[in-house]
Structures are given as C-alpha cells and as structure tokens.
Design a protein around this ligand. Structure first.
Ligand SMILES: *Cc1c(COP(=O)(O)O)cnc(C)c1O
Length: 381
C-alpha cells in the first residue's frame, strides 16, 4: 500500500478537513446576504487578530500580489525605498520596486542571518525613505527578522512606511500592526493560515492609509486600496468579483485560530519548531539559519556528506513526505521543511519517521528512532 503524501513544504501547507469542506460548498452569488455577512466577519476578525484600527483587504491572488499591493499604495515613482533582504523573497521586493520606478537601496544579510535593527536605523538616517520593506520569515533561509524591534526603529521616521512581508509568518509568528509599528502587513492564504493558495491578504494601519490618500490617483487599478475600501467595509458593494469559496475557507481558518487562541498558536509553533529542529540536528543535519534567528514556521536543513538532494527527496516522497528543495546558491544542498499552520503531532512524528526511513534506505543505518526520541522528548516538555 502506498503511503499517504504529507505536504510538508513551506506552503501550501496541509489543509484541514473543515477548510476543505468550505472549498467544496456550492458557490453562491457574491451578493448573497449570508455571504456578505461571512465576508464582513472575515474582515472584522483579521483586524482583531492582527490588531489594527486600519483596514484589511482580501483579494484573489497570491502572496506576490499582496507584495505588489503593499508597495503600490504607499509610494510613487521616484520615491526612495529601503529593501531589507534576508534572502530570496527579500530580493523579490528589490525587483518589484525597481520595476515601479522606485529608487531602491538594499540592505542584505548573509543567508542564514538577518539585517539588524541597528543597521536599519543607521541606513534610515541617511535620507528620507518613503517606505521600508522587511521579510518577516524568509522562506529561502528559514530566518525570522526581529520585526517588533525594527518597528520601534521605523516609528522614529515619520515619512517612512513600514511594510512587512508576512507570507511565511502570519499566524505563526506574532504580528500586531498598531503595537509593533507595522504600517502594512502583506500575506497569503496558503502558508501558516492553512488555507489553499489563492488569496492575497493585506492589512494597513492609519499611517499607510493616510499615505495612500495623499497620493491621489495611482496607476494601479486592481490593487488600489481606494477601490477596495468601500467593498471591505460593506461587501454588498462591487468592485471586482470576490473569490467566494476562498473567503469561506479563510473564515474557517480564522475560526480555528480564534478557537486555539492566537497566543497559544504562536506558542505551539515555537514548541513544534524547536522540537523539529532538535530532531533534524540529532539526525545529523545542520540548519542554515543561525540559532538566534530561527523561524518557527519552517526549517531549512543542509544535507550531510553523501546524501544527494534529488534522490533524498524522491525516496522521502515514497516514504510519504513531500519537502521543498533549496533556493539560489542552496539549490541541491538543502531541503526546506514547513511545519506551520493546522498540523498536529501526527504530522510531526510521521515526518521525522519518514526522514529516518529515507536516511536508512540511503545507507545511514544508525538513525532509526533517534530523531523521533528527541522529537517526542521536546514535545513532552
Ligand atoms: C511564499 C512567499 C512569497 C510569495 O508568495 P506566493 O503566494 O508564492 O506569491 C513571498 N514572500 C514570502 C516570505 C514567501 O514565503
């Protein structure tokens, strides 16, 4: 009998049955009174969970569209923008901003490390930046940026809008907009929220909304906050067709978060990450992210001598677990393992066990049960 395949990549993450059921519902008119109420509740919940007095936007798209929406509404051509890059997705913001005619300065960290709040402070002193972007968790390296500390720094700069790419962090790492000085939080549905891919989600605080107003008419149409604000405040209005079933799926995901308690959810992710990381290290992998910057949503594990990427991932898939390959200079050198969203201990045990069986099949005979023991001990703490 074939093993069930667990999708343990850094997004899409496993979609729990109750969310799947929302995807399978019969689609209704977007003007349906019940749907309008559901959409309203989603917007209200997003603002409550991520704590902003501003606006929440949910549109069809992926995380990359959310990145575009974030920057398009707070800058105009010729503005100075600071992009903080801790990896591949930070670099994506560089290209995205350059194409928009923004003047981009980049602060980059070596992969596995992060740009520090002090470095950011020093850079912001140099000139007026209209916006700064920071990737909360860069999926290419598995590092987590100190968002709250960076928020404290950016607060001092009145003209600078703080954009956080939370695509691989939102609902796993704490993100409170108004408290942390995050002006724009952009995210997607398919990572720690545990919804299938298909939604771009953006939250904007009052400072960002003020900036949008001051820009007048912007070139972008679909991602324009001003076009969507009337809809998000009253979903009976039409601008562009909302993805009805996706919004139901998100509503269910937010219900799961509220039932778990968002703080409990953050704690759970921390515990899971530390346990998975300890187990991977016990099995002989090294993690790319330095210990003090490790994300809770995924782990990027470097192969030991004698293990070949394509073969490892092929056998692991046969054993029932799908992981992602490395990006950039780390392609072929590591795998990326997501452990975020709506996953329980069964997923963790099965994943570490499948990794052990894979290593065993590749000739590492002393691994069986070793990672599992560490995993279970950490989870029992
Ligand atoms: C996945 C990811 C993105 C891109 O999201 P898509 O949904 O693939 O467009 C952007 N930023 C980060 C940090 C990501 O992990």
């Amino acid at each position: 009998m074939k093993n069930k395949k667990l999708v343990m990549i850094p997004g899409p993450t496993p979609v729990t049955r109750s969310i799947q059921d929302q995807m399978g519902r019969e689609t209704v008119a977007f003007g349906d009174p019940d749907f309008i109420n559901d959409f309203k509740e989603v917007i209200k919940d997003l603002k409550e969970i991520f704590k902003t007095k501003g606006e929440a936007f949910v549109v069809a798209g992926s995380g990359t569209l959310a990145m575009e929406m974030g920057i398009a509404n707070v800058t105009k051509e010729g503005d100075n923008v600071l992009v903080v890059s801790n990896g591949f997705f930070g670099d994506r913001y560089v290209e995205l901003c350059e194409r928009r005619g923004l003047k981009v300065d980049v602060l980059s960290a070596e992969w596995g490390s992060v740009v520090t709040p002090e470095e950011i402070d020093n850079k912001l002193k140099e000139k007026v930046y209209k916006a700064i972007t920071v990737t909360h968790v860069d999926t290419s390296t598995g590092v987590c940026a100190p968002i709250a500390e960076i928020g404290e720094v950016v607060k001092k700069y009145e003209d600078t809008i703080f954009i956080v790419d939370g695509v691989c962090a939102t609902a796993a790492e704490p993100e409170y907009l108004d408290e942390m000085g995050i002006d724009v939080l952009i995210t997607g549905s398919q990572k720690a929220l545990g919804v299938p891919p298909g939604l771009a989600i953006v939250l904007a605080g009052e400072k960002a909304l003020g900036r949008r107003k001051s820009l007048g008419t912007i070139r972008d149409y679909y991602v324009d906050f001003e076009k969507w604000i009337p809809v998000m405040n009253d979903p009976s209005k039409y601008f562009a067709t909302p993805p009805v079933n996706m919004i139901w799926a998100l509503k269910e995901a937010l219900k799961i978060i509220k039932e778990e308690g968002v703080e409990n959810r953050y704690q759970r992710h921390k515990k899971v990450a530390r346990a998975m990381q300890a187990a991977l290290e016990e099995l002989g992998f090294k993690l790319l992210a330095k210990k003090e910057y490790r994300a809770v949503s995924l782990s990027n594990a470097l192969y030991m001598e004698g293990i070949e990427d394509a073969e490892f991932r092929k056998i692991l898939a046969e054993e029932g677990v799908v992981v992602a390959g490395g990006l950039g200079a780390y392609a072929g050198k590591m795998f990326r393992l997501g452990h975020m969203g709506n996953i329980d201990n069964h997923f963790l045990v099965s994943t570490i066990s499948a990794i052990e069986r894979t290593l065993y099949r590749l000739g590492k005979e002393d691994v069986l049960g070793r990672g599992l023991k560490v995993l279970l001990e950490e989870l029992a703490k």
